[in-house]
Structure formats: structure tokens, C-alpha cells
Design a binder for this molecule. Structure first.
Ligand code: KIV
Ligand code: ZN
Length: 507
């Protein structure tokens, strides 16, 4: 019996994912995410685009220095400055990879690059050769490959492999391909490029038509050995191929694909949640694999079938992707050890100090709420983890008043730094508007709210409100998050979280 084919998982959450609106992360957040991706078992992690910004450079450098396990990759356009900068950031990685890209489709050649086909081949070869001076592991991407003429695509791919590319990635940059086409392109390259056996073929599919996972799987069916994907499918526009979906498709339909990955699938839900909590971008309830409803059975017939034999309506076990069997957790008699244990089961490894703070919050919550669910616990932990020890503003007290026939008002008392306490009141169109105005008066920051979302962390009318905000300040967007059984308090906390990010310069 032949052994199953191994497909490499190339995660680009920190590069293609992070460059999409609403998903930017600061250095500490990228490092936390990189640690989670290593634990998840991705083979390659694209840590950023070092020349794009000092923040990207620093993130790739720190991830290269500290994260062990996966290959660490940095993106570069096909020019010396980009490639040398990528290497500068990657040089401390145990297994570095430089990923160079250059567009090849007629539309990009004519309108974006204004280059002839000969010039494109020469630039691609020069780029790969330059990168090869730094390290052995080189990936080349002909950007917009899915819309590139086949003859020219074969020519560029062959030249890049001859120049030293060890992986050739075939991007469907604009999410235009269909599964049949994507598969046919990979099969065509395998048939027509004479040196193709010297490189791994990779697929990189965008989701503009909702086909990114299907297109990637079709690539694998036709011989691709690497899939580029992101957690929760985040990425440019409609996003990239979702890692959790493609990995579980390969695993669940092993009978069909005959492929394996090295991903520890039990880490999928915790990793997905971590990303949502860092970026504030929640997945939809019915999102495959990691959505809250992904394993919920509502119809009576389904529930009956499930009770008789789980496999009647379940093709995967929730535990296999990291969902916990029970949702009801702790109560007021639970101790610190039980809390730490539950937090660990949910994917959070808390340090002594963090555990103490979460435990204090938990005890306070137990006074307000009889049943503490996983959702409550997750929101509480994530709220604490998103705080920084150097937060400029802290909430001491707040008060709001609103009602029929009266103008709503809010009074906030905040502490700045070590001692200074300031109190301000304002009235507004509603208590939240008033709280924003009072916060603006105290902090002196202009807080323009671009997005405001409230979710319930669990069941019941005593559930906690989980508020996420996007605040625009001097042309930049900052996130804020706050959790409380009181939705106004949750909003004030989210608002201060955003104000603290503005003060620290973190997005
Ligand atoms: O979508 C794309 O073409 C890319 C390349 C840089 C690989 O992200
Ligand atoms: Zn992309």
C-alpha cells in the first residue's frame, strides 16, 4: 500500500491576511499569532512583507528570531531592495524562505508593469537569483497566474526553476478561476514544464467568487504539493482560502484526496478564536468548521438521528477541530485550578498574573450571573489579554442617565497613568454618544466611531455584552473591545481600549 501524499500548509495570515482592512495587528499580536500558528503545525508561515513598512520588517525579524518549527517566509517584489530587505529580516530564522513575486498576466504586463514578456522573464530570473544568494529555499509567484496565457506561464515557471526557485506558487490573485480551470492549470504545468519536478507546485487562491477552497483542492487533486491559506480565510477583499476548511476537507475526505497535512486539527478552533479576538473580526455563526453553529443540530429529525448514531448527520467530530463537548462551565464555587483547566481546554495558556486577574473577574461575574458559559469565559480572557500593562487610561467609574423626555448624559471618571483622576460629563443623542463625548473631553482625543458591534457572549438576558469598535483618529483606524454584563460599561471599556491603542500608537 502506498503511503499518503503529504500536502504542505503555507499560512499567510500574517501577510496576505493582515494586509486586509480591519485585520492589522501590532507586533505583540503578530508574535502571539505566530506562536499559535507554530503550535497548530503549519509547515510554512509567511510572516510579512518586510519592505512594506518598519512594522512589517520588525515583525518578520522578531518572528524569525523567536518562533521555532515552521519555515519562516518573507515576501519581496522582484527587485534587489525588496529582496535584500526581506533577507535582513529573515536572516535569524532557522529555516528561512524568500518569496519573490512578479505579475505575468497580459493585463498586469500592459497596464501595471508596462513590461514585455522578455523583460518579465529576465526580471523574474534576476529576482530568484538575487534571493538565492541569501538562502536556498526560494518561492516564486507569477502574480495573476490564473489569468496568464499558458505558454507564457510555462516559460516563466521554467525560467524561475532554472534560476533556483524551489517552490512555484500559482496565484489566482483576483479569485477568477473555477475549480476545473485551476486544476487544469496545475495539470498543464506538470505536463509541459520540463523541470517541474525540481520544485513544489503551490496554489494561492482568493475567494472573490467563494471558490478559494474548492480551487485549492482542485489544485491538490492535480498535483499541487502546497496550499497557501489563512486562518478564518481573512485576506484581500473576500479573503484567501480558509486554512481550517481546506485542512478539514483533506482530512475528512482522505478517502478521496489521499493526502495528509501536519496540522493539529484540535487547535483549529482556538487559533480561529485567537485571531478573531486579536483583530475584532468575528466569523459568521454558520462558518464551516469554526463557526458557532458548525456543529449545532436544530431540526428534530436531525437531533433524533444524532442521538441514535452521531454519524447520521455529523461528518466530523466537534472535538477533532477543537470544540469542547460541554458549554456549561464554572460557578461561584469553582476555584483557580478549575478555571485554569477550563481556560487551557479552550486554548488559553494563562500566566500566573493573567490567571489571577481573570480569576478576580470571574468571581465578580459569578456575583452577577449564576451560570458562566464558555463564551463568557473566552470573552473575559480575551478582554484581559488585549490589555497592555502600559494602558494610559483606566476606568474608575461611570454613570449614565437616559429616559423618555430627557436628554441622555454620561459621567466618566478616568485615571491617567499612575495617579491623576479626571471626571467629565457630557450629554448626547444617547448614553453612548454622551460617553464618547465625555471620553473625548477627558482624553483630548477626537474619537470618530466607524463601526460598533455588540454581541452576546452566551445565553440568557443576563449574558455579557461583547462590544467591538473601530475608531478613526487622524486618518488611522484603531480597534477597541470591552466586555461586561452592562452593555454601556462594555462600550466605555471598548472606547478606552481604543483610546489606549491611540495613545500607544498601536492599531
Ligand atoms: O494574491 C497574490 O497574487 C499574492 C502574491 C503576492 C502571491 O498574494
Ligand atoms: Zn494573495
Amino acid at each position: 500500500m502506498s503511503s499518503p501524499r503529504r500536502v504542505l500548509i503555507f499560512d499567510t495570515t500574517l501577510r496576505d491576511g493582515e494586509q486586509s482592512p480591519g485585520c492589522s495587528m501590532n507586533l505583540a499580536e503578530k508574535l502571539e499569532m505566530a506562536g499559535a500558528l507554530a503550535e497548530l503545525g503549519v509547515d510554512i508561515m509567511e510572516a510579512g512583507f518586510p519592505i512594506a513598512s518598519p512594522g512589517d520588517f520588525e515583525a518578520v525579524r522578531e518572528i524569525s528570531r523567536t518562533i521555532r518549527g515552521p519555515v519562516i517566509c518573507g515576501l519581496a517584489r522582484c527587485n534587489d531592495a525588496d529582496i535584500d530587505r526581506a533577507w535582513e529580516a529573515l536572516q535569524h530564522a532557522i529555516r528561512p524562505r524568500i518569496h519573490v513575486f512578479l505579475a505575468t498576466s497580459a493585463i498586469h504586463r500592459e497596464f501595471k508593469l508596462r513590461m514585455t514578456t522578455d523583460e518579465i522573464v529576465a526580471r523574474a530570473v534576476a529576482g530568484v537569483q538575487r534571493a538565492k544568494r541569501h538562502c536556498d529555499d526560494i518561492e516564486f509567484s507569477p502574480e495573476d497566474a490564473a489569468r496568464t496565457e499558458h505558454d507564457f506561464l510555462c516559460r516563466v515557471v521554467e525560467a524561475a526553476i532554472d534560476a533556483g526557485a524551489t517552490t512555484v506558487n500559482i496565484p489566482d490573485t483576483v479569485g477568477y478561476a473555477t475549480p476545473q480551470q485551476m486544476g487544469a492549470t496545475i495539470a498543464m504545468l506538470r505536463n509541459r514544464v520540463p523541470n517541474i519536478d525540481r520544485a513544489v507546485i503551490s496554489v494561492h487562491c482568493h475567494n472573490d467568487l467563494g471558490l478559494a477552497v474548492a480551487n485549492s483542492l482542485s489544485g491538490v487533486e492535480n498535483g499541487a504539493g502546497q496550499i497557501e491559506c489563512t486562518i478564518n480565510g481573512i485576506g484581500e477583499r473576500a479573503g484567501n482560502c480558509a486554512l481550517e476548511e481546506v485542512v478539514m476537507a483533506l482530512r475528512t475526505r482522505h478517502d478521496f484526496y489521499g493526502c495528509e497535512t501536519a496540522v493539529n486539527t484540535r487547535r483549529l478552533v482556538p487559533t480561529s478564536r485567537l485571531l478573531s479576538s486579536i483583530t475584532g473580526m468575528q466569523v459568521q455563526r454558520n462558518k464551516a468548521i469554526v463557526g458557532r453553529n458548525a456543529f449545532a443540530h436544530e431540526a428534530g429529525i436531525h437531533q433524533d438521528g444524532m442521538l441514535k448514531e452521531r454519524r447520521t448527520y455529523e461528518i466530523m467530530a466537534p472535538e477533532d477541530v477543537g470544540f469542547q463537548k460541554t458549554d456549561l462551565v464554572l460557578g461561584k464555587h469553582s476555584g483557580r485550578a478549575a478555571l485554569a483547566d477550563r481556560a487551557r481546554a479552550l486554548g488559553f495558556e494563562l500566566t500566573g498574573d493573567q490567571l489571577q486577574r481573570v480569576f478576580d473577574d470571574f468571581k465578580r461575574l459569578c456575583d452577577k450571573k449564576k451560570e458562566v458559559y464558555d463564551g463568557d469565559l473566552i470573552a473575559m480572557i480575551e478582554g484581559r489579554l488585549s490589555e497592555s500593562p502600559r494602558d494610559e487610561w483606566q476606568l474608575i467609574a461611570f454613570e449614565v442617565a437616559s429616559g423618555s423626555g430627557r436628554r441622555p448624559m454620561a459621567r466618566l471618571t478616568l485615571r491617567r497613568g499612575a495617579q491623576e483622576v479626571t471626571e467629565e460629563s457630557a450629554d448626547g443623542d444617547g448614553p453612548i454618544d454622551a460617553a464618547f463625548l465625555a471620553a473625548e473631553r477627558i482624553t483630548g482625543l477626537k474619537l470618530h466611531c466607524k463601526d460598533f458591534q455588540v454581541r452576546s457572549t452566551s445565553l440568557g438576558h443576563d449574558a455579557q455584552a461583547d462590544v467591538t469598535l473601530e475608531i478613526e483618529h487622524e486618518g488611522k483606524t484603531y480597534r477597541g473591545r470591552g466586555v461586561s454584563t452592562d452593555s454601556v460599561e462594555a462600550t466605555v471599556k471598548a472606547l478606552l481600549n481604543a483610546a489606549n491603542r491611540i495613545a500607544s500608537g498601536a492599531v
